[in-house]
Design a protein around this ligand. Structure first.
Ligand SMILES: Nc1ncnc2c1ncn2[C@@H]1O[C@H](COP(=O)(O)OP(=O)(O)OP(=O)(O)O)[C@@H](O)[C@H]1O
Ligand SMILES: [Mg+2]
Length: 225
C-alpha cells in the first residue's frame, strides 16, 4: 500500500529522518511511537504525500509519489484517510458538513451520500451532535468527528496522528475500537501515538507492529511492549 525506501527528510536544517524503510502492507496495523519532535507527524506526511522525501523513495499503491502529477496526487490522497493531530475543522460549519467536506470537494452527489453520512455519524456516536459546530464539541467528540471525516471516502489506508491525544482512557479505548474495526474491514491502519497503554491494549486484540523513531531512524520495537 505505502512503502518507504531508504527515505531521508530534512526541513532545511540537519536531517530529521534518515534511512527510513518500511512497508505498510494491505490490511496491516502499525503503531508509530517516539518522543515529541522525533518526526512522527513528518513521517505520516511523507506517507500521504504532503511532504516529498529529500532522499529515497516513497511509493503509494506502487507509484513513486515524486512522479505523480496534481490529478494523480489527488486520486492517491482519496485512498488515504488522515486524522490530523490538530483535527483542522472549519469552525463555522456544522459537524456533519465538516465530515462530509471530502465528498463535497470531490464533487459527489450529496443526496446519494446522505445515508452513508448518517450511518458514519452513527458509527462514531455523533448523530445527536450533527448540527453542533466544532468549537462546541468535547475533545473526544472532535477526535471522533476527525476519524469520521478521514474515512468518509472509504480509503484503503487510514493514518491517524495521535487520535487519542487529549481524551480520557475510556474515550481512547473507544477510538481504538473504531480503528480496530476499520482494520478488520480490511483497511491498512497506522497510528502515531505516545500512549503505551493504548498500544498494549491494541496488541491484545490485533496483530500490530510497533515502529519507533529513535535517533532519526525507524526501528521495529521489541515484543516487550
Ligand atoms: N514545517 C516545519 N518546518 C521546520 N521544522 C519543522 C516543521 N514541522 C516540524 N518541524 C520540526 O521537525 C521536528 C519533528 O516534528 P514532528 O511534528 O514530525 O514531530 P512529532 O514526532 O510528530 O512530535 P509530537 O509528538 O510532538 O507530535 C520538530 O523538531 C519540529 O519542530
Ligand atoms: Mg506529531
Amino acid at each position: 500500500m505505502i512503502e518507504l525506501d531508504n527515505v531521508g527528510y530534512s526541513y532545511g536544517g540537519g536531517e530529521l529522518l534518515s534511512d527510513v524503510s518500511v512497508r505498510l502492507s494491505p490490511g496491516s496495523f502499525h503503531f508509530l511511537t517516539g518522543p515529541s519532535g522525533a518526526g512522527k507527524t513528518t513521517l505520516l506526511k511523507l506517507c500521504y504525500g504532503a511532504l516529498l522525501p529529500t532522499s529515497g523513495v516513497v511509493r503509494a499503491f506502487d507509484a513513486d509519489m515524486r512522479g505523480l502529477d496534481r490529478d494523480q496526487m489527488a486520486m492517491m490522497r482519496r485512498r488515504i484517510g488522515v486524522v490530523h493531530q490538530d483535527c483542522r475543522f472549519l469552525d463555522h460549519l456544522p459537524v456533519a458538513d465538516n465530515i462530509a467536506l471530502p465528498l463535497i470537494v470531490s464533487g459527489r452527489d450529496m443526496a446519494a451520500e446522505s445515508g452513508n453520512l448518517r450511518e458514519l455519524m452513527n458509527w462514531v456516536g455523533l448523530s445527536s451532535r450533527a448540527d453542533a459546530t466544532p468549537p462546541e464539541l468535547s475533545g473526544g467528540e472532535r477526535q471522533r468527528a476527525a476519524l469520521a471525516r478521514a474515512v468518509i471516502m472509504s480509503p484503503d489506508v487510514v493514518l491517524a496522528d495521535e487520535p487519542t491525544g487529549n481524551v480520557d482512557w475510556e474515550m481512547s479505548q473507544r477510538l481504538l475500537q473504531l480503528l480496530i474495526e476499520l482494520n478488520r474491514m480490511g483497511k491498512t491502519v497506522l497510528i502515531a501515538s505516545h500512549d503505551l497503554g493504548l498500544i498494549r491494549a491494541a496488541k491484545r486484540e490485533v496483530q500490530a507492529r510497533v515502529l519507533r523513531i529513535s535517533n532519526r531512524r525507524l526501528q521495529l520495537a521489541g515484543a516487550d511492549l
